[in-house]
Design a protein around this ligand. Structure first.
Ligand code: AMP
Ligand code: MG
Length: 327
């Protein structure tokens, strides 16, 4: 059985093709980027509309199949930017109707966790999902993926991107800050904002901007200090979730988890408490179609179906709104 999954929650339009044993036949994508400014939803939508036909062709060629071989369509249904979600949903519905095959809407955050479980062979991990718009610490308990901690304001990637943009570095800024941080000479103290199990980034961002404007600090030192402070917060909350849930695995997901310093800090924390840290390769950490296809397959096999004539996007559905019937 082959599932074609479409990802389009934000900046990335991706198509993955996965079989029911978890073999990934294709994972193609195109991402909307800017030289200045962040994601403009309607421009990202335009990007996806333009990219979609080419990505579909690319994915089919990569998988070496034709559309007729596809048995199931999955799409990212929630959460995300509505104009972007609509593109993926419309294309998914069109394919399901044309091929007369079933369709399943997938929660994007859960898809990050499921593709990580598949690729790292983790059984029951705590997921640190650190991406542009999302920052959540998630673990399975009582038929749901529960959110044990999350950002109270913006996503960690958006905060890093906003600071990078402020320094004129364009989008996405996370990788650029990582490069700058390698040249740092000193740590500059910043606000540390863990509140219970939650984190907050706006105060740190304001402080970073103020320090940058003062002209007293180098970009390298600020980038380094931003990473050290923000990642320490994420590690602290993840550690507490591991302890509270008595889990032994930490799984990383989301584009910010590509950061080698964050990965290193997570590994140190895990080794100190007898847990193990896992991260799939970069193409599966960032937003991708394969994770949507794989999650769609899991859901379909457990009996989940959507109706192509009425299925819609659900931009505000949260990770813990979904009943996990496939576990
Ligand atoms: P996602 O929304 O999961 O696709 O992730 C996109 C986010 O990941 C953006 O905010 C990027 O700046 C961020 N990102 C990607 N690579 C890195 C990196 N090496 N370090 C920090 N952030 C990164
Ligand atoms: Mg994501």
């Amino acid at each position: 059985m082959l599932c074609l999954g479409i990802e389009s929650t934000a900046h990335t339009y991706g198509i993955g093709i996965v079989d029911n044993t978890g073999r990934i036949l294709a994972n193609e994508k195109a991402a909307y980027t800017t030289d200045k400014g962040g994601i403009h939803p309607s421009k990202a939508k335009e990007h996806h509309l333009t990219a979609a036909p080419g990505i579909l062709k690319q994915a089919l060629r990569k998988a070496n199949i034709s559309l007729d071989n596809v048995n199931l369509i999955a799409f990212s249904q929630s959460p995300g930017l509505a104009p972007c979600l609509v593109v993926g949903k419309d294309n998914a519905v069109a394919l399901a109707k044309k091929l007369l095959i079933p369709i399943v809407g997938v929660n994007h955050c859960i898809a990050h966790l499921e593709i990580g479980r598949l690729l790292t062979r983790t059984k029951d991990p705590v997921l640190l999902y650190a991406s542009g718009a999302n920052t959540q610490v998630i673990a399975y308990q009582g038929r749901k993926y529960r959110i044990f901690g999350e950002t109270l304001d913006q996503g960690v990637g958006n905060a890093l991107d906003a600071f990078a943009r402020y320094m004129g570095l364009g989008f996405p800024g996370g990788p650029k800050l990582q490069e700058l941080a390698k040249q740092a000479k000193q740590y500059i103290e910043l606000p540390y904002a863990v509140k219970g199990m939650d984190v907050s980034f706006t105060g740190i961002l304001t402080s970073l901007k103020d320090k940058y404007d003062s002209g007293k600090y180098s970009r390298e030192d600020l980038a380094y200090s931003a990473q050290e402070t923000i990642f320490a917060m994420l590690v602290e909350v993840s550690e507490r979730a591991i302890a509270h849930c008595q889990k032994r695995e930490l799984l990383l997901g989301g584009g910010v988890a590509c950061n080698t310093r964050l990965q290193e800090m997570c590994r140190i924390m895990c080794s100190e408490r007898g847990a193990k840290c896992y991260a799939p390769e970069h193409q599966f950490l960032v937003d991708n179609g394969a994770m949507i296809a794989w999650s769609g397959l899991l859901m379909y096999k457990a009996g989940v179906r959507d109706d192509a004539s009425i299925v819609d996007i659900r931009p505000a559905v949260r990770t813990d709104d979904v009943e996990v019937v496939w576990r």
